[in-house]
Write a protein that binds this ligand. Structure first.
Ligand SMILES: Cc1cc2nc3c(=O)[nH]c(=O)nc-3n(C[C@H](O)[C@H](O)[C@H](O)COP(=O)(O)OP(=O)(O)OC[C@H]3O[C@@H](n4cnc5c(N)ncnc54)[C@H](O)[C@@H]3O)c2cc1C
Length: 453
């Protein structure tokens, strides 16, 4: 009797090295299914929505090359997956797991109502949660020991699909993407290989295209994380530095698997006592940050890059996040949500993990008393102002020193560059030195109150 299996795709929109797809293709017929969950699509900002819809299209194209289609349905997976299984006579459902609490709840709900077995794999990380443990059998709360252990775990070989037939039943279909298509995964992988040698020197410079730009493709599983690790490990210092970043990605995913509330709760609970700024002043500060008009050019450049492109350079993500939390004393959770809404790679584990790192509330985080000086960071990592001139063009006429701190530029030089502060570009929203002292006091109070309890 001929057999049918379903591969339920979610964050793994590819056929290459996809364990769930490879397992489904051991049946005679492998039905490829994607369920668009309206609440998730609505919560994604325009860039992530566009990336997802293009990803779905490209997966469909890959399946067409095999003579079939991606079946796309819209609605609640707990209704749709069992209905498709019943209708197709499938004897099993295969999927790659996801670490967020929503995904775990959703997958458990589907499994409960399915009348056929559901098999879970890991296809979006280099190493699955639970596979990288300390000698005591726990997940390390510090990155370096995690990384050391991670390097020792062999990367699984490529999951190779069998030659199942693929049905040509498109279902309801997906909405058309509204933005331009992102580069193909093959083009991105070529770019990553080309940039690898210079990566250690260039990766911190936002004015240089020196990172891999793979994050959105990784977010949607258009590329195989473990495939990249296999290809780059041992291929030189730069290639190894890229692979190390994939270990950070795994670490935040494993941490989220263990602490699914990572976007809501400080992983070091003593910091949940911080008295964040609230009320209209905090709202005004938050708006100025979101809109890129804080008067700190590097912060404004980053926030404008995010709003215009759905992506921001990692160094600038750190600077802008630090500014919101430690200069404006706005709760990191507000910033996390805004980033996640707009980033095309926006992802709970990576975003919340990094926000907690910046806020100093995560397990292995920047210590709270280390506060980025945005102007010093700007001079160090964008010395000739290339990045600032691109994103804050109203300051382009200032010289390479003044552009980082227009409020310190002499009035005559400002006038020569055609800038009136407060009109063409804002005065600094806070004084960094004063804000720093206040933040240190607030963090200290939170720690002391936790100690007294
Ligand atoms: C406040 C803040 C929020 C962030 N939010 C996200 C997010 O929502 N989604 C996301 O994918 N990354 C996030 N990052 C991590 C990082 O900024 C991006 O992954 C990186 O900028 C993407 O560019 P790239 O692909 O060129 O990175 P590369 O430098 O080329 O790195 C290669 C890959 O390694 C991974 N990686 C790199 N840096 C980190 C890191 N610090 N943490 C975890 N993984 C990393 C990414 O998957 C990246 O694609 C955030 C960082 C900060 C400071």
């Amino acid at each position: 009797m001929s057999t049918t299996s379903i591969a339920w795709f979610r964050r793994d929109l590819r056929l290459f090295d996809n364990p769930a797809w490879a397992a489904a293709t051991t049946a005679d017929t492998a039905l490829a299914l994607y369920v668009i969950e309206p609440a998730l699509l609505d919560s994604a900002g325009p860039f992530r929505r566009n990336a997802l819809l293009h990803g779905i299209r490209r997966l469909d194209e890959q399946l067409r090359a095999l003579g079939g289609r991606l079946r796309v349905e819209v609605g609640d997976p707990a209704e749709i997956v069992p209905a498709v299984a019943d209708e197709s006579g499938a004897s099993s459902v295969h999927l790659n797991g996801d670490v967020t609490r929503w995904a775990q709840r959703r997958d458990d709900a589907v499994e409960q109502v399915l009348r056929v077995p559901m098999h879970r794999y890991w296809g979006t990380l280099v190493q699955p949660p639970g596979s990288v443990l300390t000698k005591a059998g726990t997940l390390s709360r510090v990155f370096t020991p995690f990384h050391n252990a991670w390097r020792e775990v062999p990367v699984e070989p490529e999951a190779i699909a069998a030659a199942a037939s693929v049905p040509d039943l498109p279902g309801a279909g997906a909405p058309a993407p509204e933005g331009p298509p992102p580069p193909t995964a093959d083009a991105l992988l070529d770019m990553a290989t080309e940039r690898a040698a210079a990566y250690p020197d260039a990766r911190d410079l936002p004015g240089v295209a020196g990172t891999t730009e793979l994050s959105t493709a990784l977010r949607f599983g258009l590329v195989s994380a473990r495939g990249i690790a296999r290809a780059l490990t041992g291929e030189g210092v730069g290639a190894d530095a890229i692979v190390r970043q994939l270990a950070w990605r795994d670490w935040y995913a494993h941490t989220t698997h263990a602490h699914p509330d990572i976007d809501r709760v400080a992983l070091r609970p003593e910091y949940d006592a911080i008295e964040w700024e609230r009320g209209p002043d905090a709202d005004r500060a938050f708006d100025a940050w979101r809109e890129g008009r804080t008067g700190y050019p590097i912060v404004d450049a980053g926030m404008r890059q995010l709003a215009a492109t759905g992506w921001m350079h990692n160094r600038v993500r750190m600077i802008t996040a630090s500014f919101l939390v430690k200069d404006l004393l706005v709760d990191w959770r507000r910033g996390e949500r805004w980033f996640r809404h707009l980033l095309s790679d926006g992802d709970v584990p990576q975003n919340a993990g990094n926000w907690q790192w910046v806020a100093g509330t995560g397990p292995d985080a920047a210590p709270y008393f280390r506060i980025f000086n945005p102007t010093t960071q700007s001079r160090r990592f964008d010395p000739d102002g290339t990045y600032l001139r691109q994103w804050v063009p109203e300051l382009a006429g200032l010289d390479d020193r003044g552009i980082h701190e227009p409020a310190a530029v002499a009035p005559l030089d400002l006038a020569a560059a055609g800038i009136t502060l407060g009109q063409d570009y804002p005065f600094p929203i806070v004084d960094h030195t004063t804000a720093r002292e206040e933040t240190l006091a607030v963090y200290k109070r939170a720690l002391e109150s936790a100690r007294d309890e």
